[in-house]
Design a protein around this ligand. Structure first.
Ligand SMILES: Nc1nc2c(ncn2[C@@H]2O[C@H](COP(=O)(O)OP(=O)(O)O[C@H]3O[C@H](CO)[C@@H](O)[C@H](O)[C@@H]3O)[C@@H](O)[C@H]2O)c(=O)[nH]1
Length: 380
C-alpha cells in the first residue's frame, strides 16, 4: 500500500453508513500511511467541538476543510493537491466517488499514482439521470478503480461507464465489527431501562428518513399487535422524519407500542440491537430509483447480534440478508408483508434462534472488516 490521502465529505462524527464504512476501513490501515481530508460537521452547538474532539482521538491525521459539504470546487481541488504533495501521498481514495471523484485528473497531475473511488447507493441513483450519468462516466475514466457494494449497484453504475472503466470495477463492501456487535451486547439493560423486559421487541436502527421504512413498520403494528399483544416497536436513530413518524403512530393510536429513543451514542448502539427479538427495516426505493439503498450495514450489525432480520427490497439491501436463512426480504412499503414476517418470528423462538445463529455465522465468515481491509490495502 502506498501512503494514501482519503478525500471524503462523509466522515464521523457525522453519523451514517458511508461515514462508518470509511472510518472502520481507515482504522485498519497503517496510521502513518493515512491522511484524511474531510468536511467539518457543524450540526448543533456542539458540532464543531465534537469534530475536533473526534479528530484528536484518531491514530491518523485528519485535516478538516472549513466547509460542511466537500465538493470538487477549484479551491478544494487545490487544497487536496497541496495535501497530497505536503504529506508525500502517492494514492488517493475518494470515500464516495460522486462527486469528489471528478478531482481525479487534477490529483493525478499532482503526483497520485493510484486513484480509487468507492461507490455507494447514491451513485446508482446518479446512473439514472442523464447529466449525472455523464459525470459518473468521467469519474470512471479518471480513476483506476471504482469499487461497488454488490451486484445491484455494480450493474446500475457499470451501465453509465465506458466498457474499460466498467471492467476495472471491483467489489468492496463494508463489514461489521463482530466483536463490537455480538449476541451478549447488554440488551437486557436497555430493555429494563425502557420498561420492556417482558415484552416482545421489534427493533429498527437507522437514520429517520422516508427510504428506511420506519413508517411502514408503524403501519404494520396494528396487524402485529392483533397476533402478538404486547409487542413493541423500538425505533432507534434520529433524523428529519421523526415528527411525521410520531404523528403517524399517534394517528394509529399505538400508544406505548411504538417507542423512539432518538440517536444513540456509538458505544450504546450494540446494546440497542441487543434489546430486540427481531430486527426489521423494510426500506423502499423512492424518487424513481434516485433514493435507493446501497446495502444496509444495519442488517449486518443485527445479524452479528444474533437477530433475525426483516429487510426491504430496495436496491442492494437483499445482498445483506440470506433470504429464508438469516431473515426475509419483503416488498419495501408493504405493511402487510412486513407484519406477517415479523409476526411469524415473534411467535417462534426456535426460528428466531436459528436465523439469528445463521446470521452470526454468516457475518463471521463473510463480513469481517479485517478481510475487507486486506482487500482495500491491495487496491491502494
Ligand atoms: N451511533 C449511532 N449510529 C447509528 C444510529 N443510527 C444508525 N446508525 C449507524 O449508521 C450506520 C448506517 O449505515 P447503513 O445502514 O449502511 O445506512 P446509510 O447511512 O443509509 O448508508 C448508505 O451507505 C452505506 C455504505 O455504502 C450503504 O450500506 C447503505 O445502504 C446506504 O446506501 C450503521 O452503522 C448504523 O449502526 C444512531 O442513532 N447512532
Amino acid at each position: 500500500m502506498r501512503k494514501t490521502l482519503i478525500v471524503t465529505n462523509d466522515f464521523p462524527p457525522r453519523p451514517g453508513g458511508i461515514q462508518a464504512f470509511l472510518h472502520s476501513m481507515a482504522l485498519r490501515l497503517d496510521p502513518s500511511e493515512v491522511v484524511v481530508y474531510a468536511s467539518t460537521w457543524k450540526h448543533g452547538p456542539e458540532g464543531e467541538r465534537a469534530t475536533a474532539a473526534f479528530d484528536a482521538e484518531q491514530p491518523f491525521e485528519v485535516v478538516r476543510d472549513r466547509t460542511t459539504m466537500l465538493l470538487p470546487t477549484p479551491r478544494v481541488t487545490r487544497r487536496a493537491a497541496g495535501l497530497l504533495r505536503e504529506h508525500g501521498c502517492r494514492s488517493v481514495w475518494f470515500g464516495a466517488a460522486a462527486p469528489l471523484g471528478l478531482m481525479a485528473p487534477a490529483l493525478r497531475e499532482a503526483g497520485a499514482e493510484r486513484v480509487l473511488a468507492t461507490t455507494h447507493g447514491h451513485e446508482a441513483g446518479w446512473a439514472q439521470l442523464p447529466a449525472a450519468r455523464r459525470l459518473l462516466r468521467r469519474i470512471g475514466e479518471g480513476t483506476d478503480t471504482l469499487t461497488y457494494l454488490g451486484e445491484y449497484t455494480r450493474s446500475r453504475i457499470a451501465a453509465a461507464l465506458t466498457p474499460e472503466a466498467a471492467a476495472r470495477m471491483t467489489r468492496l463492501p463494508p463489514g461489521v465489527d463482530e466483536k463490537t456487535f455480538h449476541p451478549d451486547s447488554g440488551g437486557g439493560a436497555v430493555r429494563a431501562r425502557l420498561g420492556l423486559t417482558e415484552r416482545p421487541v421489534i427493533v429498527c436502527v437507522s437514520r429517520l428518513v422516508p427510504r428506511k421504512g420506519q413508517d411502514t413498520l408503524i403501519r404494520a403494528m396494528p396487524r402485529v399487535l392483533a397476533e402478538v399483544p404486547g409487542a413493541v416497536l423500538l425505533i432507534v436513530g434520529g433524523g428529519p422524519y421523526r415528527e411525521r413518524l410520531e404523528k403517524l403512530a399517534a394517528a394509529l393510536r399505538l400508544g406505548d407500542a411504538v417507542r423512539f429513543t432518538g440517536a444513540v451514542p456509538w458505544e450504546e448502539l450494540p446494546a440497542h440491537y441487543g434489546a430486540g427479538d427481531v430486527f426489521a427495516m423494510p426500506c423502499r426505493t423512492r424518487r424513481g430509483g434516485l433514493d435507493v439503498e446501497g446495502l444496509g450495514i444495519v442488517y449486518l450489525e443485527a445479524s452479528a447480534t444474533g437477530l433475525p432480520v426483516v429487510a426491504g427490497d430496495s436496491g442492494g439491501a437483499p445482498d445483506a440478508v440470506l433470504d429464508g436463512e438469516t431473515g426475509w426480504v419483503v416488498r419495501g412499503g408493504s405493511p402487510e408483508e412486513t407484519a406477517d414476517r415479523v409476526t411469524a418470528l415473534l411467535r417462534d423462538p426456535r426460528l428466531r434462534a436459528r436465523m439469528g445463529q445463521r446470521g452470526r455465522r454468516w457475518v463471521e465468515e463473510r463480513w469481517r472488516w479485517d478481510l475487507l481491509a486486506e482487500k482495500l490495502r491491495t487496491l491502494l
